[in-house]
Design a protein around this ligand. Structure first.
Ligand SMILES: [Cu+2]
Length: 205
């Protein structure tokens, strides 16, 4: 019991401090953890906001080296071979769906999903919405592609493609109903892209 109360005493201030940081800091500052074990990424799919960090921990109990490597062809990140007990972190600045793998055991595959943000989520045809698909201006050699789906249908079409800005405002241009937005990261040097993010909906009444 004594051990437990000591643990509580140690943990409580840390938890309190962490919650303060989360309230005070921007949402995208969060770190998402992935455990890399022999032979899987856990969890297999994680979500990080634009600007969020994904931190891979290569389990100390592993008997093999592993990598966490972008498999989009963009060459966005590559941990190289990581020994048991080590870590690797990468900041995902743009919305998209990022498939990655271990290059040593290519059956080890997983995904990082970075969503588009929309504020507010609902409004009228005169509301100014802010759509944000990245935490920063696109890094050198990259652009963002953002697609829109309007209430009238017809699916997703180009909206902001090949842009370097991280966000823009939007006033509904297709009447009332549901609009959707999705974005991806695009490497202009080799033409490779991430997958599109999940669709973000706004409702216009
Ligand atoms: Cu591996």
């Amino acid at each position: 019991m004594r051990k437990r109360s000591l643990l509580v005493r140690l943990v409580m201030p840390v938890a309190a401090a962490a919650s303060l940081v989360m309230v005070a800091g921007p949402a995208q500052a969060a770190t998402v953890s992935v455990n890399v074990i022999d032979f899987a990424f856990q969890p297999q799919s994680v979500k990080a906001n634009p600007g969020g960090t994904v931190k891979w921990t290569f389990d100390a109990a592993n008997t093999n080296d592993h990598t966490a490597t972008d498999s989009s062809g963009m060459g966005l990140f590559d941990s190289k071979a990581k020994a048991p007990g080590t870590t690797f972190s990468f900041v995902f600045v743009g919305a998209g769906t990022y498939a990655y793998k271990c290059t040593i055991h290519t059956f080890m595959t997983a995904t990082v999903k970075v969503p588009v943000r929309a504020v507010p989520a609902t409004g009228t045809t005169t509301t100014t919405f802010t759509l944000t698909w990245a935490s920063v201006t696109a890094p050198t050699g990259y652009v963002y592609d953002v697609h829109i789906s309007r209430p009238a249908g017809g699916g997703f079409v180009n909206w902001q493609t090949g842009v370097t800005v991280a966000s823009t405002t939007f006033t509904p241009d297709g009447g009332t109903g549901t609009y959707q937005f999705k974005a991806r990261l695009h490497n202009t040097t080799n033409g490779k892209k991430s997958g599109y993010s999940a669709a973000k909906k706004i409702t216009v009444t």
